[in-house]
Design a protein around this ligand. Sequence first.
Ligand SMILES: Nc1ncnc2c1ncn2[C@@H]1O[C@H](COP(=O)(O)OP(=O)(O)OP(=O)(O)O)[C@@H](O)[C@H]1O
Ligand code: SF4
Ligand SMILES: [Mg+2]
Length: 335
Amino acid sequence: MSAVELSGVHVIHKARGSGLFGRDRVYALTGADLTVAAGETVGVVGESGCGKSTLAKVLVGIQRPTAGTVTFHGRDLWSMPAAERRSTVGASTGLVFQDPSTALNRRLPVRRILRDPLDVHERGTRAGREDRVRELMGLVGLPRALAEALPGQLSGGQRQRVAIARALALDPDLVVADEPTSALDVSVRAQILNLLLDLRERLGLALVFVSHDIQTVRRMSDRVITMYLGRIVEETPAAETSGQARHPYTRALFSATPGLLNPVDPIPLTGPVPSATRPPSGCPFRTRCWRADDECALRMPDFTAASRPGHRYRCHHPVHPVEEDQPSRNLPREP
Ligand SMILES: Nc1ncnc2c1ncn2[C@@H]1O[C@H](COP(=O)(O)OP(=O)(O)OP(=O)(O)O)[C@@H](O)[C@H]1O
Ligand code: SF4
Ligand SMILES: [Mg+2]
């Protein structure tokens, strides 16, 4: 059973600053196919501007695709009547943003912030909603005494706990966390990550986790999606070592931050990321790829299934997996 399914999803924005009649288009997401199964954790990695947040917003039903379908529980989200879509989205998904200080209404106390989704979706009785607010605060480890506090009176970590509690208010099946720790002090990042992992286990959530920190993504996830210039270019089971990635871009990303127990030679990524307004023909990575040839300029490769289940990539000339019998690369992974 899938929590959400994307099929052939494109998101094209009008370029910022291109004027009312400007023609420039930003190809934020191109041909995305992705299924997130119930209870599964999917990590999303890629450089700034590659479309991670766009994908996150499409997954939680707040960004309408320019083309393609978004299916929640077998039903096409964007062909539902607006009211039904709002209630479906509200009840099925929650989004946790990067910066909790801008994501929360600073004039409302914690109790009201958490009650708001319950009020909007008319969940239970008034007394039941107050009980639910207390339950949510307990779930994310916020002391009761903070119920009347305003966001400005909380620490960054506490604010992100409020944002997580709000995302959980309507008991969603899927939570999407878009760089949930990057605005936080290093000292509280691990606490928030552990909270997300704990909630995932306890509530059986599907979790989509977007981050620049590839090691964290791999530790948190069952599956890692690599994005480049609006495209999903590889899906790897997170438990695989860095050397198993087949797409040159994923290999370069993974090799830049190797785990201590499975070192790989770092592959430098050189040259600028092309503009999302004028993506290169064929494979978008070809302007930076050391394996590119004429074929890469002609055609974007389709997905190829790797030999291991759950692993697929889009590349004409994939890198070979690192041999399993190379001793320095075949040490046990961290549990
Ligand atoms: N509303 C918008 N109007 C125009 N362009 C947009 C809009 N939203 C996003 N973009 C562009 O779409 C592309 C993808 O943006 P997105 O925010 O999804 O990237 P990202 O991977 O989340 O980046 P980051 O790591 O910096 O958060 C970028 O080129 C961005 O500038
Ligand atoms: S398709 Fe070609 S350019 Fe693209 S990643 Fe593969 S080898 Fe490189
Ligand atoms: Mg983003």
